[in-house]
Design a protein around this ligand. Structure first.
Ligand code: NAD
Length: 421
């Protein structure tokens, strides 16, 4: 091994196991597969350098392989210290895609890996949470001159990019993949819904039926989690700060109340608000003995972990991904996955079938940026509607579902205003 190698993984011997799981995921990713096959004929990324900061999973591997097929020189790093699948990382390196990601890496290693991905002087960036883009803008700004554009995968990243654009700090065009309908309606809702419940179940093996589950944030992810917990027989309480979202939760059949009240009742708390200290010290103080705390929002700031640490008399890891905090009055609180997104920390993240759509958007948006090189401004763009519709069409095709088309009469009716009662 040389010191200037551009990859860093846990164990190369996991490559075979990783390849099998990547192949398994590809069976549920027909849209990315189709796009990859076209890319391999058309080579839209010939010679283009891509640095991608994503959860290193089998689904991400399929996206990376499709981009490589299209001629890209792609390097990967993790977008979260706990979300890496070490076997997928090993397989990627074996496939000739330098990957920098080790499950459980510390913060210094996490940023070292981002910097290694940036060392390859990207022309396109792919980000999930905007840590790569902000590092590029703040610490590696000399590299920005080479960048044509980039994409952002998640809600929290898009919020950060919009803040950068508003402050006049954004230096190149980015497409908010998260905001495509074929992304958030499926990935955030059904993907996060199912995989969050999966992560908590794998970490704890709890029975959901009869439990009081408090979901903090009723956005796209919160809707999915609440729905799935309800389906398993939990009594779901939703907390919100936006009146419309709260109203929707109430009419969807959930109890809605301030977290200060819900804190006394809940057995399981799940934050998915994309906000800081949603569960704060005051809430922790009134929770029942045995309450379980999990986060599925992008960053580990949603639960005030420093407060929990300072309140605790002792702490022990009672099982993988479960830390037991014993508080002064002999109450125990259980924090899952160190407060990091639990679906990726303790389970496998979203099922491949939803990542198929998210990553089809990624692939097509990157192609769009290259095709429109020089024409886009340094701002946050939505996913072009045609791409969103194309992804939906391809997914429906792959599911063997056909739909109707407008008749000429209906097309005329829907674009006119003269006809009334
Ligand atoms: N775990 C995953 O795999 C995964 C997947 C997609 C998105 N995410 C992340 O999940 C988070 C939520 O994403 P989303 O798409 O649902 O966002 P969203 O904007 O649709 O929803 C967030 C909701 O939280 C509410 N909220 C904000 N602060 C709150 C507070 N203090 N208390 C209660 N509610 C509050 C907002 O009003 C909003 O309705 C983001 O951080 C996103 O990046 C995670």
């Amino acid at each position: 091994m040389t010191s200037n190698k551009n990859y860093d993984i846990k164990d190369p011997s996991l490559a075979e196991a990783g390849k099998q799981r990547i192949e398994w995921a590809s069976r549920e990713m027909p849209v990315v597969k189709l796009i990859g096959e076209r890319f391999s004929r058309e080579k839209p990324f010939t010679g283009i350098r891509i640095s991608a900061c994503l959860h290193i999973t089998t689904e991400t591997a399929n996206l990376a392989l499709a981009l490589k097929e299209g001629g890209a020189n792609i390097i990967l790093c993790a977008s979260n210290p706990l979300s890496t699948q070490d076997d997928a990382a090993a397989a990627l390196v074996d496939y000739g895609i330098p990957t920098n990601a080790i499950k459980g890496e510390d913060e210094a290693t996490y940023y070292k890996h981002i910097n290694t991905a940036l060392d390859s002087k990207p022309q396109l960036t792919v980000d999930d949470g905007a840590d790569l883009v902000t590092t590029l803008h703040t610490k590696r700004s000399d590299l920005i001159k080479d960048v044509i554009g980039g994409t952002e995968e998640t809600t929290t990243g898009v919020i950060r990019l919009r803040s950068m654009a508003k402050a006049g700090e954004l230096k190149y065009p980015l497409i908010a993949v998260n905001d495509a309908q074929t992304k958030y309606l499926f990935d955030n809702r059904y993907g996060t819904g199912q995989s969050t419940v999966d992560g908590i179940t794998r970490a704890t093996n709890i029975l959901w039926a009869g439990k009081k589950v408090v979901v903090c944030g009723y956005g796209w992810c919160g809707r999915g989690i609440a729905l799935r917990a309800k389906g398993l027989g939990s009594k779901v309480i939703v907390t919100e700060v936006e009146p419309v979202c709260a109203l929707e939760a109430a009419m969807d059949g959930f109890q809605v109340m301030p977290l200060m009240e819900a804190a006394k009742e809940g057995d399981i708390f799940i934050t998915v608000a994309g906000d800081k200290h949603v569960i704060d010290e005051a809430h922790l103080r009134v929770m029942k003995d045995g309450a379980i705390l999990a986060n599925s929002g992008h960053f580990n700031v949603e639960i005030n972990i420093p407060a929990l640490e300072s309140m605790a008399q002792s702490k022990r890891r009672i099982r993988p991904f479960v830390d037991e905090y014993t508080l002064n009055n002999e109450r125990h609180l259980y924090l899952l996955g160190e407060g990091r997104l639990i679906n990726l920390a303790a389970a496998e993240g979203h099922p491949a079938s939803v990542m198929d759509m998210s990553f089809a958007n990624q692939a097509l948006c990157l192609e769009y940026i290259v095709k429109n090189r020089g024409k886009l401004e340094p701002k946050v763009y939505p996913v072009p509607e045609e791409i969103d519709k194309q992804v939906a069409r391809l997914k429906l095709n792959s599911m063997g579902i056909e739909i109707d088309t407008l008749t000429p009469e209906q097309r005329q009716y829907l674009t006119s205003w003269q006809e009334g009662t």
